[in-house]
Design a protein around this ligand. Sequence first.
Ligand SMILES: [Zn+2]
Ligand SMILES: [Zn+2]
Length: 85
Amino acid sequence: MKNIFASVNAIYVFPHMLRQGEKDPARRPMCPVCRKYFYDVTTLRRHMEIHDSQRQKYVCKYCMKAFCWKNHLQSHVRKVHMPKT
Ligand SMILES: [Zn+2]
Ligand SMILES: [Zn+2]
């Protein structure tokens, strides 16, 4: 999942992306994880921290596999670790 942050850094390279409050939606910075557009790179950078903390948050207590989303972890636990009933 390191490539998420590599992509974000690549966005910063484009000077037109660094302008604050870009009015053209097509030129706004996009989150590479959830593909949402943001008003400026500051907002995007702040948003990326959400993905980072979520990544740390949902760790399987059985096999220590990490998941971005709570429902991904829940379905993993049900599928892999829960005995069939
Ligand atoms: Zn996102
Ligand atoms: Zn697991």
